[in-house]
Design a protein around this ligand. Structure first.
Ligand SMILES: [Fe+2]
Ligand SMILES: [Fe+2]
Length: 247
């Protein structure tokens, strides 16, 4: 039975000062993985100049590279220009969209979104009160709904969910409780759990968090923020059996 080896890292926060940090390890990726996922915060301040650093670091690799942006990549209000630079370098940049790769005899679908905050069951924002509060909460809920549609639309055997913000609180363990609502949203987990066949959910953003968690529906979640995994990428093995009986 075929499988797919998924390499992933997030929060590489590239600019000219750290250009080249990851490249030596990436050159050997072809023998170790079938795809590389980038879980957002690819730049420090979201400028096109920094995006060119990302393009040099992650362009021209021997495996497909699939990315979402993070909040840092939006900071200069030039997220569209950042995405364009990355796409010109051959990276797929997802935002409530998806892509399907063929790995051996397996079609592997990846849907991605930056996602947004809002918090988790028992301690989350609600659409009540001031317009600003309602807008904050609504944005996360609507993004998650669009993300669920993009996951469901993938024509594949194995689905992977790629976000920047976390779908679960478990992978935030180590971060201050007070900032959990700014690190993720239960709406993302609901989106993942409503779609059958999701074998893995990958996110970043929580630099002080933990690597491993699980959605309420049993989908393995991995926080691949570089300060968490402390290496150029982690590799996760996925097969049809791992989708049917998640670890
Ligand atoms: Fe980050
Ligand atoms: Fe972030």
């Amino acid at each position: 039975m075929g499988g797919v080896r998924v390499a992933a890292v997030g929060d590489v926060h590239l600019d000219a000062d750290v250009l080249g940090r990851y490249r030596p390890a990436l050159e050997h990726l072809g023998g170790k993985a079938d795809v590389l996922l980038l879980a957002g915060d690819l730049t420090r301040h979201g400028t096109p100049e920094e995006a060119h650093c990302v393009a040099r670091e992650f362009g021209g690799l021997p495996v497909p590279v699939v990315a979402v942006l993070g909040n840092h990549d939006y900071h200069s209000d030039q997220q569209d220009a950042v995405s364009a630079v990355l796409r010109d370098a051959g990276l797929a940049v997802l935002e409530c969209t998806g892509t399907v790769l063929t790995c051996g005899d397996l079609r592997v679908g990846i849907a991605g979104t930056k996602g947004f905050g809002g918090g988790f069951a028992g301690a989350c924002a609600s659409e009540f009160g001031e317009p600003e509060m309602k807008a904050f909460t609504r944005h996360g809920r609507e993004l998650a709904a669009q993300f669920a549609e993009s996951l469901a639309a993938l024509d594949c055997e194995v689905r992977i969910a790629l976000t920047h913000y976390s779908p679960v609180p478990e992978t935030l363990l180590g971060e201050p409780l007070e900032i959990y609502p700014f690190l993720g949203s239960y709406h993302l987990a609901q989106a993942i759990d409503t779609v059958p066949g999701v074998g893995l959910a990958v996110h970043g953003h929580a630099h002080g968090g933990s690597e491993r968690g699980t959605t309420p529906g049993g989908v393995p979640v991995r926080n691949v923020a570089h300060p968490v995994i402390k290496q150029a990428y982690n590799v996760y093995q996925l097969s049809m059996s791992s989708v049917l009986t998640p670890a």
